[in-house]
Design a protein around this ligand. Structure first.
Ligand SMILES: Nc1ncnc2c1ncn2[C@@H]1O[C@H](COP(=O)(O)OP(=O)(O)O)[C@@H](O)[C@H]1O
Ligand SMILES: [Mg+2]
Length: 294
């Protein structure tokens, strides 16, 4: 069985729901054409520290969804919940209408094949060459013929403009440039044909030019591979350049969520300060000033 045929709707997603999308768009438990992931009332504590305090978040299918927020606000913790790497204390996370919170390890592992994760510093294995690094998720999950694995790896090397680098297949991470390493990390995230790509601060520590290159890579990947992207970022220039939807995590909740224009017109003082302090983006006039308390 090929990896592709091992995919399809996860068990527990009733065919009737999947074939009748948006029957009730407000029902987060229904398969929904627009929202691929729906998070409700997510709570997570670590010991005495209450990190997520009732997060509600919708991730739009096929779009670039950006989560912004200050350092230590719980962005990485939230992202880990989306693919079932952390269990919440309370709350629901529906992926295509199926709640992953009550799932056991086997079911979660199967659901996780919908996801690809791009780590901050590519997180390649130093002792493996480029081919071994990219193929790793396939080798871990399936026993595919070597030719098929190589075909998929080479296809990605071509599509990510790495095929022309001499000897690329046998190179080790230490022999690659920063940009090449990022693309190899992306290839590894894409090798099992995910529907959803998660990026945790992909531009941290990069100069403005390299940041722009990564932005282009994210946008191009979204179009070329037709994926839903979820990007954690604290880079405002980058956020407003590539984000279709932007959500701000603040004090354990999603403070603001919306399209670029909606967010730029937000009245929330914490959001306005966060965006304006960056100096990279100018907020518009607040379109929705808070109503005075009755
Ligand atoms: N596995 C863990 N155990 C205990 N505390 C954690 C763990 N993961 C994250 N935290 C804490 O949760 C808070 C939010 O972390 P994180 O999500 O990494 O923030 P950021 O928004 O910078 O990504 C931090 O105070 C961090 O120390
Ligand atoms: Mg983080």
């Amino acid at each position: 069985m090929s990896a592709a045929s091992a995919k399809g709707p996860p068990p527990g997603a009733p065919a009737t729901k999947a074939s009748a999308p948006d029957a009730n768009p407000s029902d987060p438990t229904a398969m929904n054409q627009r929202w691929q992931i729906r998070v409700r009332n997510l709570n997570k504590t670590f010991g005495p520290q209450h990190v997520l305090k009732g997060v509600d978040l919708d991730i739009e299918r096929g779009k670039t969804n950006i989560i912004i927020g200050g350092s230590g606000q719980g962005k990485s913790v939230l992202m880990k919940h989306l693919m079932g790497l952390l269990k919440p204390d309370e709350g629901q996370i529906w992926v295509d209408g199926v709640d992953l919170v009550p799932m056991g390890d086997v079911e979660i592992a199967r659901l996780r094949r919908k996801f690809g994760m791009v780590f901050q510093y590519a997180a390649l294995f130093d002792s493996m060459n480029v081919v071994e690094n990219i193929a790793f998720p396939l080798l871990e999950r399936y026993s595919l013929p070597r030719e098929e694995v190589m075909e998929r790896v080479r296809d990605l090397l071509r599509r990510l403009d790495l095929a022309d680098v001499p000897g690329i297949e046998q190179k080790f991470p230490a022999e690659l440039s920063g940009g090449q390493r990022k693309r190899v990390g992306l290839a590894r995230a894409l090798i099992d044909r995910p529907e959803i790509l998660l990026y945790d601060e992909p531009t941290t520590g990069l100069d403005p030019i390299a940041t722009k290159n990564v932005d282009e890579m994210i946008r191009r990947t979204a179009d070329q591979f037709n994926v839903t992207s979820v990007v954690i970022s604290h880079d405002m220039a980058s956020t407003f350049r590539i984000g279709d939807r932007i959500s701000m995590l603040y004090a354990g909740k999603i403070l603001v969520t919306g399209t670029r224009d909606e967010v730029l017109a937000s009245h929330q003082p914490e959001l306005r300060e966060f965006v304006e302090t960056s100096g990279a983006v100018v907020m518009g006039p607040a379109a929705n000033p808070p109503r005075p308390a009755p």
